[in-house]
Design a protein around this ligand. Structure first.
Ligand code: ADP
Ligand code: MG
Length: 324
């Protein structure tokens, strides 16, 4: 039997087409679509769906699910440098469980309130639990940070720390044992990702390219490199790992998998020219989020990851893909 197509092959073959409208500045292939609307103003549009049993565990706290459903969408706007404005919420629910729904909306609204996002519409139907949010943001015309602007010599950064969400998932599935306080620390990363909205805004005019890390660093950075037609060399020793990641013991392989390809981090990965380092520092400080330089962009179209001794990894951990 032939290998099933990857999620991204499906998107390329069936959805991606040349744009037919001049006001579509960026269509399929980035974190959000960018549409020129009023003079001076662009809209950013993105949609993301969370399916029970796939994106959150059955029995997950509804408050957390409400938070995460909006958070993953705001993260895509952050990756473009857009300011979030409005949201639409489409939900399939197995039953009319108002207690669940009230908690879900408490989580959703708490995050929406912090970012001044207004829920302006949606759809409600019966079915396997499935929540889908469309977000609309805006930004000054022509200022979106795309995946395509990285140039050889640019620095590569990530915000915050990586790997914790994936480690939590492995622990919840019983693949690794974590002490209760270590599990609690990484569960927050899995259940309540913090979209880096303020950082995204601060990186407009500073970052040359950006995307958010939803499927794992190496796979997602690979998308940025493909869009920018270049490569990168990144160093494991520089990647900010969540504290609970067991990088130095018997579970190193699993820890590396979480760090490089874990997914669900919802941090930003971005590039910026070397001369912009002071501006990156200001954006990070103003947003209250650490940003760490993990390597640099190269001309050869290849992603090289070197370990602590400077040797390139022989095998790259596979990023998350819904169909592989
Ligand atoms: P992200 O992880 O940033 O949400 P995805 O990896 O889900 O992005 O999708 C990659 C690109 O493909 C995005 O630009 C997205 O809008 C687009 N895309 C994904 N699925 C579809 C679809 N069914 N129809 C049109 N575009 C799609
Ligand atoms: Mg994204």
């Amino acid at each position: 039997m032939s290998r099933p197509a990857s999620e991204f092959a499906l998107i390329d073959r069936h959805f991606r087409r040349p744009s037919r409208h001049a006001d579509v500045r960026i269509g399929i292939g980035d974190d959000a679509a960018i549409i020129a609307t009023a003079p001076g103003l662009d809209l950013a549009l993105s949609v993301d769906m969370l399916v029970e049993g796939r994106h959150f565990l059955a029995g997950a706290d509804a408050h957390d699910v409400g938070h995460k459903t909006l958070a993953v969408n705001l993260s895509d706007l952050a990756a473009m440098g857009a300011r979030p404005r409005f949201a639409l919420l489409a939900g399939a629910l197995p039953d009319a469980d108002e207690h669940w729904l009230a908690r879900f909306m408490d989580g959703f609204r708490a995050l929406a309130g912090r970012h001044e996002v207004e829920l302006v519409g949606g759809d409600t139907t019966r079915g396997p639990r499935n929540l889908c949010v469309t977000v609309v943001g805006d930004l000054p015309a022509g200022t979106a940070i795309t995946r395509a602007g990285a140039r050889p010599g640019d620095d590569v950064y990530v915000s915050g720390s990586l790997g914790g969400a994936a480690l939590a998932l492995h622990a919840l599935r019983g693949a690794i044992h974590l002490a209760p306080d270590a599990l609690a620390a990484v569960r927050v990363r899995l259940d309540r990702p913090e979209p880096r909205v303020a950082l995204g805004l601060g990186l407009r005019g500073v970052a040359s390219a950006a995307l958010d890390l939803s499927d794992g660093l190496t796979g997602d950075l690979g998308h940025l490199l493909a869009a920018s037609r270049c490569g990168a060399r990144i160093e494991i020793a520089r990647i900010p790992a969540d504290a609970a990641l067991p990088l130095h013991g018997a579970s190193r392989a699993l820890a590396l998998q979480c760090l490089l390809a874990g997914g669900d981090d919802y941090e930003l990965c971005f590039t910026a020219p070397v001369h912009a380092r002071p501006h990156v520092d200001v954006a990070a400080r103003d947003a209250g989020v650490g940003c760490t330089r993990i390597g640099s962009i190269t001309a050869a179209a290849e992603l090289v990851v070197v370990d602590e001794s400077g040797s390139p990894l022989a095998e790259m951990p596979l990023a998350f893909d819904h169909f592989r």
